[in-house]
Design a protein around this ligand. Structure first.
Ligand SMILES: [Mg+2]
Length: 407
């Protein structure tokens, strides 16, 4: 074979719609995801006819679009098979910009993912095979619900784990869900670690939730508040703690691994790529920590990557999945993942096994990529959700609200 080279890297950014009925579509369709969700795809093209790879990056997709174009100059002419070498090259190329966090890691992720896709296609084998083979041929996932009815509908499809998000009435909502679903369903609570939630209030919420026997509490405080995170960890000794979606690469994950989390949640689009996720999973394994990849606003290509990774690592707990998601998630790829009974079937096609519908992507040009999540910053007179809110009002930890607890 003639020498294999990268000849072009094409980033594609698109405006994606919000999930249809669950999760973050509140506030009359004005939530962050409803207005500002973008997907960034990358096509890495080689000099071999028809051989190219597809990847996806998150972190700030519109900014990644430029970052990928910048990185392209360092990669043209390189052999795409040497993934580790190219990963290090990209890392060094962004060093001069300082600590680029999830934006830099997101751009590296998108390209790295496409390189694994190329290698699999070249060798005629799935990415999970390149990662050491399968530990499992289907991957469990959890879904989001805003109401008991939504949760019941998901459970009826075979989903075994439901995640509640936010702070408003979270304790009451969680007890209602546990009462409705019984003990055979896992429940998780995502507190989203906003800057206005101090550790002492997160501890109060966590203690109130202890009777719900949660699978985990996610992002109890901001990941910048590691001292506060440690206080939460020590205070909530009956509830597993999860986190990591806002952290870039293995060094970000290491800040939480060991003492602070039971479950690490690297974002498949911005943690540094399949290369880096495999290392994060290995670091987690040394601490007996499980891996539950974050999805959030990610598109379909990153989900394929997460499934391959989860198939190949021993400590993969489950994946996050928005269900139902925007219909465009299926339309953006030629063939989607198969999900049933709360599990995603691991693909067996060479590479990632995903084919991007580039025409569909082009039909949805990016318009807006920044928004504040619903409730993230309200007028200060609205109590409950901002820096100035009254203590213990955020989760309605008052005596009258606790009356809904099961007797
Ligand atoms: Mg989260």
């Amino acid at each position: 074979m003639k020498s294999l080279q990268i000849v072009d890297i094409v980033p594609m950014v698109m405006q994606a719609g919000a999930p249809s009925s669950t999760a973050w579509t509140g506030a009359g369709g004005k939530s962050a995801l409803a207005t500002a969700r973008n997907w960034l795809f990358v096509k890495v093209i080689t000099n071999v006819d028809g051989l190219f790879g597809i990847g996806e990056g998150s972190g700030w997709p519109r900014v990644l679009h430029t970052a990928v174009q910048d990185l392209k100059a360092e990669l043209i002419g390189q052999d795409p098979r040497h993934i580790e070498r190219l990963w290090q090259r990209m890392r060094l190329a962004t060093m001069g910009h300082g600590d680029t966090g999830v934006v830099g890691a997101g751009a590296i992720t998108a390209i790295d993912m496409a390189l694994w896709d190329i290698k699999g296609k070249l060798l005629g084998t799935p990415v999970w095979d390149l990662l050491g083979g399968q530990v499992r041929d289907k991957v469990r996932y959890y879904a989001h619900a805003k109401s008991v009815d939504q949760a019941r509908a998901l459970v009826a499809t075979g989903v075994t784990t439901i995640k509640l998000g936010g702070h408003h009435d979270i304790v009451a909502r969680c007890f209602a869900l546990r009462e409705a679903l019984g003990d055979r369903i896992d429940i998780c609570v995502d507190l989203h670690g906003p800057p206005w939630l101090p550790a002492i209030d997160s501890i109060a919420i966590g203690k109130a939730l202890e009777p719900c026997n949660l699978l985990f509490i996610e992002d109890p405080v901001s990941p910048e508040d590691l001292e506060g995170w440690g206080r939460v960890r020590r205070a909530l000794d009956n509830t597993p703690i999860a986190g990591g979606e806002r952290l870039a690469n293995k060094w970000g994950a290491m800040a939480l691994l060991g003492e602070l989390v039971d479950i690490i949640q690297p974002d498949t689009g911005r943690c540094g790529g399949i290369t880096e996720m495999k290392k994060i999973a290995a670091l987690a394994e040394t601490h007996f920590v499980q891996v539950a990849p974050h999805s959030g606003s990610l598109g379909p290509v990153a989900e394929f990557a997460a499934v391959h990774l989860m198939s190949a690592i021993p400590n993969g707990l489950m994946m996050e999945r928005l269900e139902p998601d925007w219909s465009g998630k299926e339309a953006a790829v030629r063939t989607g993942l198969v999900a049933s009974a709360g599990h995603i079937t691991v693909p067996t096609e060479p590479g990632l096994g995903v084919e991007l519908n580039e025409a569909f992507v082009a039909q949805h040009p990016s318009q807006r990529n920044v928004a504040i999540a619903t409730g993230g910053w309200q007028d200060p007179q609205e109590e409950g959700r901002t820096y100035v809110s009254m203590r213990r009002q955020r989760a309605r930890l008052t005596s009258q609200d606790q009356s809904i607890e099961p007797k």
